[in-house]
Ligand binder design. Structure first.
Ligand SMILES: [Zn+2]
Length: 407
């Protein structure tokens, strides 16, 4: 049994999209990876560790990101389809080389931890071996993640193209092999234009039978949508996924920018969720996330970095951009914190373990040092969201174990 640690700090805890609990000057007790108690300092007796100059937040959760695009962040092509063809596909082809796959996975998971992301939902390259390597590296580094082998069995460059049998066989084997709650495989059809009807139908059937999580991309770009309608002869992009059974309560669709009311209704009825990627959406000029319509439709969503179209794994940057990239609605800090943490934990059905600072949950904790001269107060959450560069991520704990400490 680990020794009990007592940490004195100032806690920000997400409750909902409208509410954050602020608990100044608390003592949080941690043992065996979980939070044992939280109490005001005035009620504590005995020794404690001093983190009074810090804000204490739950670990961030990144709901959608691409490991093989780690090194191509910021390489610019101003639209989705040319960017995929010229920047993404040649880079992903390099992951046939196991050494390159290991090198990139190592730096990628190390960077996530350094940025305070303690759980991530990740696309791997379209190769079994590179995906196995991503899992091995995550395990070695103590990274918590859902990782999916990207699937593409039509309309793809030769070097990335899978047979349908390869895509299905290895997806199912990976799902059976990597199935721990905090490190598991996620079925990952890249997006409709690179997936055959047969592939999508078989994935949908398997996912329903095994309650497997699925991730994909939906209605990111108008050219992409036109292509999907043409390829599948359907009225809408959403109808394609619906037809092949990919919209389930365990489906997480990235982007969801250009959607009709009837498509939102289909998503709502399916129980699927969205990963909102504001940095990526404006980088590729894909469009503005229909925040108000999606919120009113009652569809769960959370924030995601989506690198390499997203430019950074820093989730505080995504939070700030979520606000900046709404032209009508002012997204408040309480909601931004929620979309980085508890909203995503709920979508992943891991909110009994992750997403907030509560007794019995994992001690996945971030200590942000206040800028010189600042005092902790309720408003410092807002300052962290909008002026995050001034705060310094001092330490990251995952299951109570220190995985990062700044110089
Ligand atoms: Zn993506």
């Amino acid at each position: 049994m680990d020794t009990l640690r007592y940490i004195r700090s100032n806690i920000f805890n997400p409750i909902s999209s409208e509410e954050t609990e602020y608990l100044p000057d608390q003592v949080i007790a941690i043992q065996n990876g979980t939070i044992q108690s939280i109490s005001p300092f005035g009620e504590h007796f005995g020794a404690w560790e001093d983190y009074r100059k810090c804000l204490l937040l739950p670990g961030f959760i990144d709901l959608h990101t691409h490991l093989p695009q780690y090194f191509i962040r910021g390489i610019y092509y101003p639209a989705l389809l040319p960017w995929l063809e010229k920047a993404v596909f040649p880079e992903e082809a390099r992951f046939r080389d196991p050494l390159y796959a290991r090198h990139t996975a190592t730096l990628f998971f190390q960077e996530l931890i350094k940025q305070g992301t303690t759980f991530s939902v990740v696309y791997s390259a379209p190769f079994r071996e590179a995906t196995e390597i991503a899992f091995e590296v995550a395990q070695e580094l103590g990274a918590q993640a859902k990782i999916g082998m990207t699937l593409m069995d039509i309309h793809s460059p030769e070097v990335l193209l899978q047979t349908t049998d390869y895509a299905l066989k290895h997806s199912f084997e990976l799902t059976e092999k990597w199935n721990a709650p905090l490190l598991s495989h996620i079925l990952s059809p890249r997006f409709a234009p690179t997936c055959s009807e047969n592939l999508m139908r078989e994935l949908g059937a398997y996912a329903r039978q095994h309650q497997s999580f699925i991730q994909s991309h939906l209605s990111e770009n108008t050219d992409e949508i036109a292509l999907v309608k043409e390829l599948f002869n359907k009225d809408s992009y959403t109808a394609v996924y619906q037809e092949y059974g990919l919209l389930t309560p365990h489906s997480i669709m990235g982007h969801a920018i250009h959607l009709s009311d009837s498509e939102l209704q289909l998503i709502k009825e399916s129980g699927s969720s969205f990963a909102h990627c504001p940095d990526s959406n404006f980088y590729l000029k894909s469009g503005e996330y229909p925040y108000r319509r999606i919120k009113e439709a009652g569809i769960p969503f959370g924030l995601a970095s989506d690198i390499g179209a997203g430019t950074s794994l820093n989730m505080l940057q995504q939070a700030k951009l979520m606000n900046y990239r709404q032209s009508q609605d002012a997204i408040l800090p309480e909601e931004l914190l929620y979309r980085l943490t508890l909203a995503n934990a709920r979508i992943l059905e891991l909110d009994h373990l992750l997403g907030s600072i509560d007794v019995g949950k994992q001690a996945d904790l971030l200590f942000f040092r206040l800028p010189e001269g600042f005092s902790p107060a309720y408003q410092t959450l807002s300052q962290l969201c909008f002026s995050g560069d001034s705060f310094h991520l001092q330490e990251v704990l995952v299951q109570g174990r220190r995985v990062y400490k700044s110089e």
